[in-house]
Design a protein around this ligand. Structure first.
Ligand SMILES: [Fe+2]
Ligand SMILES: [Fe+2]
Length: 240
């Protein structure tokens, strides 16, 4: 691998080749949009679905942090010169990820979304904690403990629900409905963008690698820890 730059601040960023700058912008835009969209369609509505004051309190913390993730990416994006309109889902043509189209109506669905959806977020953020663009790397390092809390939140509440047989059946049903599309979150194989990210040390791993790691970790969690069945992912060719 050729030497990758270590870009410590925005001034140094503005001196990098256009290919480097464009690659970092793409990542920041995609995170800013998806964090905001996810906060709106899942996290915030979940406050109303949460069954107890304790669950509402922790859900509020999740909501605060997820909006905070959007805002951190949005602020960094502004410093990088990205127009605000490119980072707000309603103002851009770039549609949010297809996994965001799940119509959530129940508290136990939200718990499963946090359990397996935030595991996907953790894997994405892990890939940025060594990023050659240090402002993005620092943002990823700050975000990581919060994403871990969200996944743990999902695990804890799913465990409570699984204490009854009826609850176990419901969580399995939710996994069957929600999990199969999740691995598409990591993008297509042989991605040209990903080659550029790795060339410049912005990301470390291929999409295929991350997807495989995700499926393995989801299986350890769902089958190893819960004794439930991880459904088959949809084939990538069928991904929207
Ligand atoms: Fe997040
Ligand atoms: Fe999260």
């Amino acid at each position: 691998m050729t030497d990758v730059p270590q870009v410590e601040n925005i001034e140094q960023f503005s001196e990098q080749p256009e290919e480097y700058q464009a690659a970092c912008r793409k990542i920041v835009i995609s995170h800013a949009i998806n964090e905001l969209y996810g906060s709106r369609v899942y996290d915030e509505p979940a406050i109303a679905l949460a069954p107890t004051p304790y669950a509402k309190w922790l859900t509020c913390r999740v909501v605060m942090e997820e909006y905070g993730h959007h805002y951190r990416f949005f602020e960094l994006g502004r410093e990088m010169g990205i127009p605000e309109t490119a980072m707000l889902p309603e103002m851009t043509e770039k549609s949010p990820l297809s996994i965001m189209n799940y119509n959530m109506t129940r508290w136990d669905e939200f718990c499963v979304i946090k359990l397996i959806g935030d595991l996907a977020e953790i894997i994405q953020v892990e890939d940025l904690v060594q990023c050659s663009f240090h402002p993005l790397r620092n943002l990823a390092r700050m975000t990581m403990p919060e994403e871990r809390f969200h996944a743990q939140f999902g695990e804890d509440f799913c465990r409570d629900i699984c204490e009854t047989e009826e609850g176990r059946v419901q969580i399995q049903k939710n996994l069957d409905a929600i999990f199969p599309a999740m691995p598409t979150f990591f993008g297509r194989g042989n991605s040209k963008n990903n080659v550029v990210y790795r060339k410049w040390g912005i990301k470390l791993r291929t999409n295929e690698d991350m997807r495989e790691d995700y499926i393995n970790r989801a299986r350890d969690l769902v089958e190893g820890k819960f004794g439930l069945k991880l459904p088959e992912p949809v084939p990538m060719e069928m991904a929207a």
